[in-house]
Unconditional design. Structure first.
Lengths: 373, 511
């Protein structure tokens, strides 16, 4: 042993310990009362950022405690095919919710197997091919996180017409009127975009130039958010959207695009990021350029959360991926059994998004990644 | 004057002093023993826990090796039939998991698609070991920091020569719950006071388990930074970074802690053992307290024994003293009695000496003593009213010779009786066989001439009746007389003169 360290234990005296404990408790209570609770800075999609205290703490942004509902599956084995836009940690988080549901079914004696696959680059055509291939497989339900609603919606309708049971899930639903049976995921992408833009506008004092980063062209979730952003900023006459660019869900590309923004618009005041890779790339560029540009963005990327903690990113909209995954499997089982949306499950499950700020970043890093508080 | 403490008090003070000395020395020895025990316990604990951490580290390493061995065995038993469809592959994977009791066992194809018993999924963004050419180095140990901090250890080995559904298989891996490994290290008997943890070299926790006072999502090194001085913290960080075994003592939240750490071979992980010093010290303290209790009992027993012993001495001494006092008193009483008896006997002797046995008159010894007293008074110049009458019994020899000594004795007694009748207020001494002396004083002295005449008349009358005849001569003690003897001598001469008169008157006298 090195014999290092060694402050003396000053609290061995029982009386001193009790007195100090009492003082500490009083101080903690005082601080809590003064702050109005530790979770005051968290706001979800139904609240105004930083204006109203959130009802739950940062760790309520994601619900890891799920139990299967009381539905009794009609079969002992289910096999699903699920495809999504791109290999990315966001969908790995969704996968964990799926695995939890699968385990819980297994405990009930019901085996759920599935394929959960995506391309390494976003591609509507790749997705179309996967769906067509899956239609030939022994799957009870085919699920898709729509990469491009214009391309994929017809394919879904085609498969449904063939008698396949198709659902959409996670980030993007198909186009309106699609015959898919149900959607489990974020149903308020437009609102999420609007909330992020509103937060940015408020921070900037409702004036200044803003650039928008989007993910994949045609991806409904990304596009919906971008529309929400544009519509919100348009409400304020002293604010202006100076540019819009797509990073194709690539962090590196997002950085390149941001560098271009910074060079092109010397008076750029803010950037709104509509997917998970956008804020990481944007933050890298802004931090490197030492520019005072406010960034708001989406999702729970670890690096993005660190930038949030460090004040480079202003706020992030965190989706409950775990619940999306869990509910996707649970809904797929009911669909496989021929159940229709209604009492057993909604036609479109509304999974929540929580806007978090700098004060919440450490808690979120700890909760999601076990990282230093 | 200040009174000296009693014997009993001295004994008690002595006993208390001895007890205090025994107590102090015992406590000194006890404290020394306790300190030595504390040091020894700390050294033994340090040695033990260092070894302990090292062995636990080896256990983790052995568990990892065992997992790798199982994967190699699984790959050896895979059959081409197992790779004909998704279903057959899943059956094979299930068989492996069941047979070897592993966690998630998976195979990965060239597109980073992961095949498990229940799911097939894209793993490129989920597993670090699938990127960066890590598998080219052979066996890989990595941990996945999954969303929600459900960390898992992934042990992967590269695979070659196998294909599935037209794609080459590149790896297989098992996914093991780190917490089950750490939980397996725990001790059952330490009441939760010894904690185990697994940390990366950068201090991040591999598990979701709290590590003593450090919550699960704290970076251990960062959390300890405030508890250590800069140099110590730097050394600790370097040990972690470079994978060196060691230990450090620190105080966290007011509690003394000792951290031991040992690297796990072939990983960048550090196995950590945390022991609250108060646990060690409480164990040592309990031993010390037990020693102290025994010492205190020893002190009390010693004190009690000493007090009893000295009490017994006091009681015995008191008893002996009382007995001796009684004896002394008895001796004193006896001595008094003896003295009284002696005095009485002396008195009796004196009485005998003072008194003439034949007549009851005062003896010649009594006269001598009285003469000494009077001579002393004369020497002191005192004026004494005193006269001496010397009486001689006439015809005693004749009576002894003719009528026997008994008659002679009776004759003497008659003479004495006669003299006493005349001199009722004066002492009469038998100063010789047939001589008496009378110290005439007080009332008799006032009438001394009258009384002498009366005596002479009685004698002369006795001569007629044949009774006792006494010749008497008297002389006053005169101021010039330096001693009584001078007056006695004059009276004696006058007695002889009277004796001559009586002879002429026909009295029987001794020739």
């Amino acid at each position: 042993m090195h014999g290092r360290g060694g402050g003396k234990n000053l609290l061995r005296n029982g009386v001193a310990v009790r007195v100090l404990a009492g003082l500490m408790a009083a101080v903690v209570l005082l601080v809590v009362f003064q702050r109005g609770g530790v979770s005051s800075a968290i706001a979800d999609t139904n609240s105004t950022p930083q204006d109203a205290p959130a009802e739950k703490a940062a760790n309520s942004a994601v619900d890891f405690e799920h139990e299967l509902d009381g539905y009794a599956p009609k079969k002992n084995h289910y096999n699903f095919y699920l495809t999504y836009k791109i290999v990315h940690p966001w969908w790995d988080a969704v996968a964990l919710g799926m695995e939890d549901a699968q385990r819980q079914y297994l405990e009930k004696g019901i085996t759920v197997t599935y394929e959960y696959l995506a391309p390494t680059e976003p591609s509507a055509e790749d997705q179309r091919q996967r769906l067509l291939q899956a239609a030939k497989g022994p799957y009870d339900v085919i699920g898709v996180d729509v990469a491009d609603e214009a391309v994929i919606t017809p394919v879904i309708d085609e498969l449904v017409a063939e008698g396949k049971k198709v659902m959409t899930f996670s980030s993007s639903d198909a186009a309106k009127g699609c015959k898919r049976i149900a959607y489990v995921g974020n149903t308020h992408n437009y609102e999420d975009g609007a909330l992020l833009a509103e937060a940015l506008c408020k921070k900037l004092g409702y004036k200044g130039k803003v650039a928008i980063l989007v993910g994949t062209e045609g991806a409904p979730c990304h596009e919906d958010r971008a529309r929400g952003v544009q519509d919100t900023i348009a409400k304020y006459e002293n604010m202006e959207v100076v540019d819009v660019a797509y990073d194709h869900d690539s962090v590196n590309h997002a950085r390149e695009l941001t560098d271009e923004f910074l060079n092109k618009y010397k008076d750029l005041a803010g950037i709104v990021c509509c997917n998970m890779s956008n804020p990481v790339g944007a933050a890298r560029a802004v931090a490197s350029a030492h520019r005072n540009v406010a960034i708001v963005g989406m999702d729970h990327d670890r690096e993005a959360l660190r930038y949030l903690r460090d004040g480079v990113i202003y706020c992030l909209g965190v989706q409950d991926c775990y619940s999306i995954g869990f509910d996707t499997i649970q809904t797929a089982v009911k669909i496989a059994d021929g159940e229709r949306p209604g009492k057993l499950y909604p036609e479109a499950a509304d999974e929540k998004t929580t806007i978090i700020y700098q004060d919440d970043a450490s808690d979120m890093l700890g909760m999601l990644y076990g990282e230093l508080r | 004057m200040r009174r000296a403490p009693s014997f009993s008090t001295q004994i008690i003070i002595g006993a208390l002093l001895v007890t205090a000395i025994v107590g102090i020395t015992t406590m000194w020895v006890t404290n020394g023993a306790r300190s030595a025990a504390n040091d020894a316990a700390n050294k033994v604990t340090e040695f033990y826990l260092q070894e302990f951490a090292g062995r636990r580290s080896q256990m983790v390493s052995a568990a990892i090796d065992e997992e790798f061995d199982q994967m190699h065995r699984a790959l050896q038993i895979i059959d081409p039939h197992d790779l004909t469809s998704q279903e057959t592959l899943r059956k094979f994977l299930a068989k492996v998991e069941t047979a070897y009791g592993t966690g998630r066992f998976a195979i990965v194809d060239e597109d980073d698609v992961v095949y498990t018993r229940y799911a097939t999924y894209s793993g490129g963004s989920r597993y670090d070991f699938l990127s960066g050419g890590m598998l080219q180095r052979g066996e890989v140990v990595s941990a996945t920091d999954l969303y929600g901090a459900s960390k898992q250890v992934c042990l992967a080995i590269p695979v070659s020569g196998l294909s599935f559904m037209g794609k080459e298989l590149k790896a297989c891996f098992v996914q093991v719950d780190i917490e089950s490994i750490v939980a397996g290290l725990a001790l059952d008997s330490d009441e939760g006071k010894t904690f185990f943890g697994l940390y990366y070299g950068n201090g991040e926790n591999l598990t979701e388990l709290d590590f003593g006072p450090f919550v699960a999502d704290e970076n251990l090194l960062e959390a300890m930074r405030g508890s250590l001085d800069a140099n110590t913290w730097d050394a600790l960080q370097k040990d972690f970074y470079e994978g060196r075994q060691g230990g450090v003592e620190f105080s966290y939240n007011g509690v003394r802690q000792t951290l031991y750490y040992s690297p796990i071979p072939d990983t960048n992980w550090m196995l950590t053992v945390l022991v609250a010093d108060d646990m060690i010290q409480s164990q040592v303290r309990s031993i010390g307290d037990e020693m102290a209790v025994r010492s205190n009992i020893q002190i009390l027993v010693t004190a009690a024994a000493l007090l009893i012993y000295f009490g017994a001495i006091i009681a015995r001494t008191r008893k002996t003293s009382a007995a001796m006092l009684a004896i002394e008193r008895q001796n004193t009483r006896n001595a008094g009695e003896r003295a009284q008896k002696s005095e009485q006997e002396l008195g009796e002797v004196k009485q005998i000496a003072y008194k003439d046995a034949l007549t009851g008159a005062k003896s010649k010894y009594a006269y001598t003593e009285e003469e000494a007293v009077i001579d002393e008074a004369i020497a002191q110049g005192k004026a004494l009213s005193l006269a001496v009458v010397v009486c001689d019994v006439n015809g005693l020899k004749h009576i002894n010779d003719t009528r026997g000594h008994a008659e002679g004795d009776e004759y003497i007694r008659s003479a004495y009786k006669l003299i006493c009748e005349v001199y009722a207020s004066s002492p009469v001494f038998r100063v010789g066989g047939d001589e008496f002396a009378v110290l005439v004083r007080d009332e008799d002295f006032e009438r001394r001439n009258e009384l002498l005449n009366y005596l002479n008349q009685r004698v002369e009358k006795n001569m007629e009746g044949g009774e006792v005849v006494v010749a008497a001569g008297m002389a006053d003690l005169e101021p010039k007389d330096e001693r009584l003897f001078v007056a006695f001598h004059r009276a004696d001469q006058r007695m002889y003169a009277r004796k001559a008169e009586l002879k002429e008157m026909g009295a029987q006298v001794r020739e």
